[in-house]
Design a protein around this ligand. Sequence first.
Ligand code: HEM
Length: 313
Amino acid sequence: MSMGVSGQAWLILVVLVLGTTCEAQLSSTFYDNTCPKALPTIRKVIRKAVSKERRMAASLIRLHFHDCFVHGCDASILLDDSSAFQSEKTARPNENSVRGYNVIDQAKAKVEKICPGVVSCADILAVAARDASFSLGRRDSTAAYKDIANSDLPSFRVSLQVLISRFNTKGLSPRDMVALSGSHTIGQAQCFTFRDRIYNNSNGDIDVGFAATRQRTCPLASSPTNDEKLAPLELVTPNSFDNNYFKNLIRKKGLLPSDQVLYSGGSTDDIVVEYSKHSATFKSDFASAMIKMGDIQPLIGSAGIVRRICSAI
Ligand code: HEM
C-alpha cells in the first residue's frame, strides 16, 4: 500500500516476501493463469479507497487480523447472518468497530466481472491488507463463527498473559504479537476503548500530560456520541508506518490498555525497547509476522469454496 501510510514499510514487506519461500500450498503465482489481472484490479480499488480516506489502510489491516484469528483466514468475517449461522460482524470485538467491508465487496465485484468464481474473498482480504502478490490460494469458508470471534479475538482489557496465550493459540509468538501490535502506529480508536485508562491513573502507568490531552476529546461521561469519539492510536506520526508506537509505550503514552501492557514490567518490555531503538528490526519482524498471521489455518485445495459475493454463500 503506497497510499497515506508511508510507502517504506510496504516496500520492505514486498522485498522480504519475494525472498521468502511460501509455506503450505499458498503461492504467489496462484492466479497467474486463472486470473492474471486479479491483483492489479484489487489494488486499484484499494488505492482509490485509501486515497479517499487514509484511515482505510489501517481498517483493512485490522479486518484481515479479525478474519485470521477466527477459524483461520477464510473470509468468514465477511458473511452476513443466514439461517445456518450468525454473522461475525456482530460479535463484540467487531460490531460498530471493524470497518472496510464495502471496500472488499467493491474489489470482489470488479474481480468477478473479469474472472467469475475464481478469486476468493479470503485472498482479496489478504491482498488488501498487505498489498503484495504472495501466498495466495486461500479459499472461503462456508460458515461464519460468531462464538469463536467472541472468544478468540483479544479484548483491549486483558492482561499480558492472556494476550500472549491468545496469540500462542494461533501459532504466533510473543515477539510476533508485539510486532503485529505495531499496526497501532496507524489508525484510530474510539473513546470507549481507552476511557478507563485516561481517567484512572491509580497505578501511574499513563503519562499525565498525555492523559489530559486525550481527555479533551474523550469525555468521562459515557453516551453513544461520546463513546465513539476517535483518537489516533499513535500520537506523534499517526499516518506513517514507523516505530513511534514503541517509543510512546516507553513514555507511558500507549492509548489502549492492551498497548501499554506490552511495556509494563513484563516479559515483552525488552522487545518493545528493541523495536523502539531499531526501526528496521521492527519492520522486518512485522513483515514476517504478517505472513505468519495470513497463513493461519487456510482452506486450500478443495476445502471451502470461492464465494461469488463475499457476504453470502
Ligand atoms: C494485541 C491485541 C490487540 C488488541 C486488544 C487490539 C485492539 C484494538 C482496538 C480496541 C482498536 C480500536 C477499535 C475501535 O475503537 O473501534 C484497534 C484498532 C486497530 N487495530 Fe488492533 N488490537 C490488537 C492487535 C492488533 C493486530 C495484531 C493488528 C494487525 C495486525 C491490529 C490492527 C489494528 C489497526 C490497524 C487498528 C486501527 C483500525 C482503524 O483505524 O479502523 N491490532 N485494535
